[in-house]
Design a protein. Structure first.
Length: 118
């Protein structure tokens, strides 16, 4: 499985951005998908996740209410809508795929840079 993330950029605080991650392969619909981020000098952290059936989504407390994860299994794509961006959201954002039996994220995209200026 290959993951290709896109949509990052430079925005001002309060703006919105939408990230996309396209997956190769025909088994995307069976994967749980997640977004993670890594800021300079910090460890990679969980941002959001959505399960394979789109019945559940999960968010880090720091983004809850501002970010929304969604997926379109017909397009092999997972999205991260980011609203009310803050400078502390600045990071490289990675998408990741967790195949059955859903024990860990086995596949990672290359990352897309999000920079939020104050």
């Amino acid at each position: 499985v290959q993951l290709q993330a896109s949509g990052g950029g430079l925005v001002q605080a309060g703006d919105s951005l939408s990230l996309s991650c396209v997956a190769s392969g025909r088994t995307f619909s069976s994967y749980s998908m997640g977004w993670f981020r890594q800021a300079p000098g910090k460890e990679r952290e969980f941002v959001a996740a959505i399960n394979w059936s789109v019945s559940s989504s999960y968010y880090a407390d720091s983004v809850k209410g501002r970010f929304t994860i969604s997926r379109d299994n017909a397009k092999n794509t997972v999205y991260l809508q980011m609203n009310s961006l803050k400078p502390e959201d600045t990071a490289v954002y990675y998408c990741a795929a967790k195949p059955p039996p859903y024990s860990r994220y086995n596949y990672w995209g290359q990352g897309t840079q999000v920079t939020v200026s104050s």
